[in-house]
Design a protein. Structure first.
Length: 147
């Protein structure tokens, strides 16, 4: 089985001082021991870069691009990319129209579109509520503490 790893999990996986660091570490290594494939998307990695390099006083981690690049290399190793393809856009458009998605929720719809195209059913995330609307698409959101 394949799990998509959401940005909020990537951020905690790479942040030793975060209170949820150990929860994420435990979940990731448990899933790997079980033989699950853990993947991410270009969108998740670009969101990771955004938060990682954003100043702390603007709700970021305040890392330099160089530091973030080093961390990103580790993430790329642990969580190979689900590649974008021409099939993702029509899947995304169908989702945003069918589910009347608006505002920042369009980003979650793009993740779900990638999941549908790549036949991924599970997403490891702290934001389970963001994905519950897609349950009829076969999407299962799993919080790391319950993985």
């Amino acid at each position: 089985m394949i799990y998509l790893i959401d940005t909020n999990v990537l951020l905690r996986f790479s942040s030793y001082g975060d209170p949820r660091y150990q929860i994420v570490q435990d979940a990731v290594y448990k899933l790997k021991r079980e033989g699950q494939e853990l993947r991410t998307t270009f969108q998740n990695l670009s969101e990771f870069w955004n938060v990682s390099t954003r100043p702390i006083d603007q709700n970021g981690f305040g890392r330099t691009p160089s530091e973030t690049d080093q961390i990103l290399r580790r993430l790329e190793y642990f969580f190979p990319l689900l590649l974008d393809s021409h099939a993702v856009y029509p899947a995304w458009k169908k989702l945003v129209v069918d589910y009347e998605v608006s505002g920042v929720q369009v980003h979650d719809a793009k993740l779900v579109a990638s999941m549908i195209v790549h036949e991924v059913k599970h997403i490891l995330t702290f934001n389970v509520a963001d994905f519950t609307r897609y349950a009829s698409e076969g999407i299962v959101a799993v919080v790391p503490a319950e993985a």
